[in-house]
Design a protein around this ligand. Sequence first.
Ligand code: C2E
Ligand code: MG
Ligand code: MG
Length: 568
Amino acid sequence: MKKDWKEIYYTLLDRMVDAMTNPEAFDRDSFVEILKQICELFHLAKGVTEFYPDLASEKSGRGEVMIDYDNGRGEVAILKRRFVTNSMTVIRGTLYVAKEDAHLSEDQLEKVDILLRALLSFVVRNRLQKTVEKFGYHDEEGYPNMRYFGRFLGQKLMNGALENHTAICFNLRHFSLVNQEIGREKADKVMKAYVELLERTAGEGNILCRLGGDNFVMTTDTGNLPNILQIFSGYSVRYGEDSHETVPVSASAGIFVIPKGYSPGHVGEIIDHIYSPLQLAKMGGEDTIVFYDRDMVTLREHTLQVQQQFPGALANREFHVFFQPKVDVKTGRIHGAEALCRWIRNGKIVPPMDFIPVLEQTTDICLLDFYMLDLVCQHMRKWLDEGRESIRVSVNLSRKHLSDMDLLDHILEIIDKYKVPHESIEIELTETTTDVGFRDLTRVVNGLHAEGVCTSVDDFGIGYSSLNLIREIPWDVLKIDRSFLPTDEDAETSVTYVMFRHVASMAKDLGLECITEGVETGRQVKILRENGCQFAQGYYFDKPLPVEEFEEKIGTDYYKKKARAAKK
Ligand code: C2E
Ligand code: MG
Ligand code: MG
């Protein structure tokens, strides 16, 4: 034994204490190195540590040999130590010497014992930490979990290492079908193979974690994003020995390309930036990959807010009807009005464009339309009872209703409840793109026509107008969209002007009542007049008005004066 063995011994002891106070800074190699030094210092031939997760495993010998120093001469065990922790994990250490070296003094043995015990308690601690890591940061199938992802991002954030990275949240598309088709066990393998491919493609130092089910989050080097997108768009994964035993897997994803100099307040912000676009991507539209951008989030928040507030707002009667007059351009006589919805929330008017498109994403719009028709009929009943001159009022009906087989009954039920003459109600419908839509539209308009309720093609000219729509469906009114109305700057030879003239004349020849929307100037009123479009609706005559104001105005010759002014 060397002279300075005590010095070495105390150095080793020091290092053991260090290891126990700062286990993370102490890796497996330094651990093996210490064991080796202990063995050499005391001429030991072999050192073995064993770890058993519980007593039963110890009994059956199903443990793990952690470290093994062995110079091949260890025959006699001179020291054995065994610890059982509170959670019943067992750690054992045994030191061996060669037969001829079995002469350690009591003092030396005591010192070896201290070192061995320190070593074992370090092993236990390290091991327990790994167990905590395993259960706290992984799911039952061994995938790192969301907590892991959060911690990973947090560390990267602290080191400013997120630049050139992209965070992704993805969901395997129709994976339940894969489960059904090839069985759970094989499907699990497919999932694993697919995500491993993504992990490999993402680049070193990235991470992929499972949120649960078939939802995952990951990071990738931004440079590798195109390859990742390729895999998301579809990849054949093998699940059996045969080369034809493959199944296509694709994914919907929300993607946040982390911008230069990005410093969020907290990790949750990054997670929000990938989670919201994924929700959009999953909605079943054509976009299965959605990138984060600020406008999209605002839109989504707005959509959710409107959808949440709608039922309450309807019950609180926050939706009101405004009437916009339709005026005969020659006489200034009021011919009718369009009922337009206004949401009055906290004393402010919310314009239809802020909520109608949202309600059209679900069937909420149908509830609103029936509510509006009901309101309109109530007002008309009142006007009839007051002996006012009767005018026709048009109500907008969303295309969402068209597949509803009870639509006609429902409309008539409302109109008849107030005993409003059918011909005093006009239903405005917009054009449609599909064959099915066309058939539904034909059925609805025919049904209304048979009951004497008027119908109009709203916004004619934009979207998908087809002349078939006019020829085959018995409309009463054609409403020319304001984008077809020449502006004051348009010359008579301009395309808009020429088209307007022809559409108005076609309506007339087909015996359809013709009205143009968005008439704002006296010159436009003249254009209508000169081209045979009898009615105008627009700001020149009036904006949509609250009911009291509308009631006041229809009794006066206000519109007649306006029409006369347009003659000059
Ligand atoms: P729409 O049916 O084409 O209604 C005409 C729109 O043009 C109205 O917008 C009206 O205020 C606006 N307008 C009228 N005259 C002028 C003008 O001279 N210049 C300009 N620039 N605009 C004019 P509003 O009230 O904002 O309604 C927008 C759309 O919302 C309506 O277009 C309709 O599609 C929808 N909408 C409104 N109320 C309802 C409803 O109760 N049910 C359904 N399904 N849709 C509705
Ligand atoms: Mg309309
Ligand atoms: Mg319109």
